[in-house]
Write a protein that binds this ligand. Structure first.
Ligand SMILES: C[S@@+](CC[C@H](N)C(=O)[O-])C[C@H]1O[C@@H](n2cnc3c(N)ncnc32)[C@H](O)[C@@H]1O
Length: 173
């Protein structure tokens, strides 16, 4: 995620699903030096662990906003089109609404990231029909079909689905 944050020249980023802050630290390292990461998770213990990780790594407090609430309550309050990078790392069964909310936050040229979309190869196997697998497969299809996005899969580990938000298309004169 460091290289993705660097490539996006991210000054404003959101992480949905903080856990203990490991991915957030990599994002912060790749972001511009004055970049601010908003990281959201409903679990207070995980958010405390993330804050500890940021303090241990001496991340300036001005560079993080740690929000302990259900992300779907928080995301509509963030400014649409204002973020350079939004990373979605939530459970498969709740992935789709978080991705939709994430896309709204992206500026033109901003980058969406969806973590671990391969589910150990299950998503690419059409015989696997468990609810989490189907949920991730359908979300990946929706991202590929979304005309606002230019998607690409990074084939590392369980994968990283990236998508750049394109400029709106204007009808030719
Ligand atoms: C896979 S972890 C995120 C990994 C993290 N980005 C890291 O650095 O390793 C998924 C996170 O989603 C959060 N979560 C659980 N249920 C959720 C829900 N219904 N909506 C949003 N987030 C949820 C969990 O608290 C957990 O921290």
């Amino acid at each position: 995620m460091r290289v993705v944050a660097a490539a996006a020249q991210a000054r404003t980023a959101v992480e949905i699903g903080s856990d203990a802050g490991v991915t957030a630290l990599w994002m912060l390292r790749g972001m511009l030096p004055d970049g601010v990461l908003t990281t959201i998770d409903p679990d207070a213990a995980r958010q405390r662990a993330a804050k500890t990780a940021f303090a241990d790594e001496e991340v300036a407090s001005s560079r993080t906003r740690v929000i302990t609430r259900p992300p779907l309550d928080v995301l509509p309050r963030l400014t649409d089109g204002a973020y350079d990078l939004v990373l979605v790392a939530v459970d498969p069964l709740v992935l789709a609404p978080h991705v939709e909310a994430a896309v709204r936050l992206l500026r033109e040229g901003g980058v969406l990231g969806i973590v671990d979309p391969a589910l150990s190869g299950r998503v690419a196997d059409p015989t696997r029909l468990e609810a989490p697998t189907v949920a991730v497969r359908e979300t990946a299809h929706a991202v590929r079909a979304d005309e606002r996005l230019v998607p690409a899969m990074v084939p590392t580990g369980d994968g990283l689905l990236l998508a750049v938000r394109r400029a709106p298309r204007h009808p030719s004169a």
